[in-house]
Design a binder for this molecule. Structure first.
Ligand SMILES: *[C@@H]1O[C@H](CO)[C@@H](O)[C@H](O)[C@H]1NC(C)=O
Ligand SMILES: *[C@@H]1O[C@H](CO)[C@@H](O)[C@H](O)[C@H]1NC(C)=O
Ligand SMILES: *[C@@H]1O[C@H](CO)[C@@H](O)[C@H](O)[C@H]1NC(C)=O
Ligand SMILES: *[C@@H]1O[C@H](CO)[C@@H](O)[C@H](O)[C@H]1NC(C)=O
Ligand SMILES: *[C@@H]1O[C@H](CO)[C@@H](O)[C@H](O)[C@H]1NC(C)=O
Length: 621
């Protein structure tokens, strides 16, 4: 019996061989048209046609906009997609859409300056409860605030939206009045307020602020929690009230059940006030580290003693310990070290200086009150030792290995051209671009190992975008542009305070492996040519003039810039993409901070006295 084909549930007439042939040839013709007219760059244009026409080279005809589809004669006048909210920052602008992996953004956004980015991934909320209304000493408040910042940053870096709840949210719950009527111990009241506040907010996670995620981004439990869909009210074995996950209906049912318990007075906490069956108990939680008092007493008695002796100071010490454990976990995840990409190593030492400095900071041993301790969830961690710090390499190519962190510096093609030709800026002109310069040198080099040679620019761009902006990519790499400073909020990318040079600020309190004792990295000739100090100075001057060139836009310079961008479409696309992606990340965080600041909890858990910023550490530009 012939197979009955269906399309959208409707049966299709049987395919005769003739019909099949007609269909196939239609598809073939369509495919050829699409290829020829929409992807002019996929046909390798010999690096320099000028070679054959030499002598008088006409100025290249530059399209007004760089949209590849401009060459498509059948292209219809189309409206550009609507501008999304908060999608511009400085010169960068973007449009978030599912088809972000198309090679050239402008073919969709119809605007050369607007990059196509992946849709922002929804961050599931994770709540913690903090009563900021209680009267407390100032230094205790400061210490608790520092702990809340650490908590927010760690969960933010893992893809969650940390929210600090306060009694205001609990009071919004209709059951709050009922709770006030109950005669229970004050600590039980707090415990219930926590749950009432959670119920008010709805589906999500309820977390103690001393419980932190310490695992890789791909960890199965963290990935599950990030999905934001919790079929059962769940708690974690041995973690007590550290973390709960549940949907609004389940939370409401549990709260109702607890409040109607006749012998509530005898309950120790929320868990014992309800039937055991209310919770599903999850056994696997290797990526969650809980610093409750029992654990701290047992494993970090020195810190526990300090808390006992002097609360605020002890909490500060505990905070330092948790930060060092977050850092250690990160270092253990990327055990192969950090790759600071350095294509065209002869010319790019100055351009990657910031990236290299960041790598040095990240490989430092964090200041810690107990330097050789491990996080409570991982007794077999490898604590950072000054004698065995992570390796920093400067390969020319991007390698996709799960235990290697990559820091890429994307230069604008003009910067690449200027630095790699070592010419004076006035010698970069259009004939030189067409005759001498290579096409897309940067992207071709970094993807050489991944894609081999003989692959077109568009295919390389797609791979690059995947490496930058996919979920996997974001967790394993950071891409900055060569002309801009480092993002200010790097700590939020990594989820812990990155140790800047502690001695620099004259406050190194670390008795043990302080950064100051680290051997200075000496460039390894294996990683590429080592350039002299003089050459680096020259590179710095060139980089500076490239940056200034990008800012000043005289018509003449604009023409050269456009010519370079048209000649290096893939490199330009990569640069714009990296710039927009970085800006959007910054914007996402700023927007969230802005929202959170409105609430009472916003004062708690806000970074204070910060803005020593990164400028100071990277400012030799
Ligand atoms: C893109 O940005 C540049 C510099 O800001 C500007 O000169 C140019 O006109 C913009 N292009 C479009 C299509 O808006
Ligand atoms: C009510 O609370 C008490 C004290 O914690 C507990 O022993 C009991 O099991 C609870 N009853 C119900 C129905 O959950
Ligand atoms: C890198 O490897 C991961 C997993 O092996 C894969 O999901 C990802 O697509 C790869 N990225 C690139 C740019 O090849
Ligand atoms: C830290 O600062 C000291 C002195 O200011 C300097 O000698 C050292 O190189 C710096 N270390 C790093 C890693 O920057
Ligand atoms: C986002 O846009 C709104 C108005 O649309 C503006 O008020 C707000 O300041 C913007 N946020 C950021 C972080 O720029």
């Amino acid at each position: 019996m012939p197979v009955q084909r269906t399309f959208l549930g409707r049966p299709l007439p049987p395919m005769t061989p003739k019909r099949t042939a007609v269909l196939l040839s239609t598809i073939a013709v369509f495919a050829i048209f699409t290829l020829v007219f929409t992807l002019p760059n996929s046909i390798p244009a010999g690096p320099s046609l000028g070679r054959f026409t030499d002598h008088k080279i006409p100025l290249p005809k530059l399209p007004k906009t760089l949209s590849p589809s401009i060459l498509n004669p059948f292209r219809q006048a189309a409206h550009a997609p609507p501008v999304q909210k908060n999608s511009t920052s400085g010169e960068a602008s973007w449009y978030s859409n599912w088809n972000w992996l198309s090679p050239f953004s402008s073919s969709v956004t119809l605007d050369e300056n607007r990059s196509l980015l992946p849709p922002l991934i929804d961050r599931p909320p994770i709540y913690t409860y903090y009563d900021h209304t209680l009267q407390k000493e100032n230094d205790l408040k400061e210490a608790e605030n520092a702990i809340l910042v650490t908590w927010r940053r760690a969960w933010w870096a893992q893809g969650f939206k940390p929210v600090i709840l306060s009694p205001a949210e609990a009071m919004n719950n209709p059951l709050y009045a009922e709770l006030q009527m109950l005669e229970v111990e004050p600590y039980l009241k707090t415990e219930f307020s926590r749950w009432l506040a959670w119920e008010t907010m709805g589906t999500g996670l309820l977390c103690n602020h001393l419980l932190l995620p310490m695992g890789s981004h791909e960890d199965a439990l963290l990935a599950f929690l990030r999905r934001g869909d919790y079929p059962m009210l769940t708690r974690f074995d041995n973690l007590g009230s550290g973390l709960f996950a549940g949907s609004k209906a389940d939370i409401a049912a549990a709260v109702k059940q607890a409040l109607s318990n006749k012998s509530l007075k005898d309950a120790k906490d929320f868990i014992t006030a309800v039937k055991p069956k209310t919770f599903q108990i999850e056994q696997r939680h290797a990526s969650l580290a809980y610093y409750d008092s029992t654990t701290v007493k047992e494993k970090y008695s020195k810190v526990a003693d300090e808390i006992e002796a002097d609360g605020p100071r002890g909490l500060m010490t505990l905070n330092k310990l948790t930060i060092s454990h977050l850092h250690t976990t990160w270092q253990n995840t990327f055990s192969k070290g950090i790759a600071v990409l350095k294509p065209q190593p002869k010319y790019m030492t100055a351009a990657i200086e910031s990236a290299l400095k960041l790598a040095e900071f990240l490989t430092q041993c964090p200041p810690s009150p107990l330097p050789s301790s491990c996080p409570p969830n991982n007794n077999r961690c490898k604590p950072c030792m000054a004698s065995h710090v992570l390796k920093i390499t400067t390969p020319e190519v991007y390698r996709n290995a799960s235990d290697l962190y990559t820091i890429g510096t994307v230069p604008h093609p003009f910067t690449t051209a200027l630095m790699s030709s070592s010419k004076d800026i006035s010698e970069i002109n259009i004939p030189w671009i067409r005759r001498k310069s290579k096409r897309d040198p940067w992207l071709t080099t970094i993807t050489a190992e991944l894609l081999g040679t003989g692959v077109s620019g568009p295919a390389r761009v797609v791979k690059f975008k995947d490496a930058v902006a996919s979920q996997y990519g974001t967790a394993h790499s950071l891409w900055i542009t060569a002309e801009k400073d480092m993002p200010e909020d790097l700590d939020w990318y990594f989820g812990f305070t990155i140790p800047r040079n502690a001695t620099d600020r004259g406050e190194s309190e670390t008795p043990v492996p302080g950064p100051e004792r680290r051997p200075k990295i000496i460039p390894d000739p294996k990683d590429g040519p080592v350039v002299s100090e003089d050459e680096i100075l020259k590179e710095k001057a060139l980089l500076k003039s490239a940056v200034e060139f990008g800012k000043a836009r005289t018509p003449e310079e604009e023409k050269i810039r456009k010519a370079i961008e048209a000649w290096n479409m893939a490199d330009t696309e990569a640069w714009r993409f990296a710039r927009a992606f970085l800006e959007r990340n910054r914007m996402e965080r700023l927007k969230w901070e802005e929202e959170e600041r409105k609430y009472a909890g916003g004062k708690a858990g806000a970074e204070r006295g910060k803005n020593e910023g990164w400028g100071r550490w990277f400012d030799d530009r």
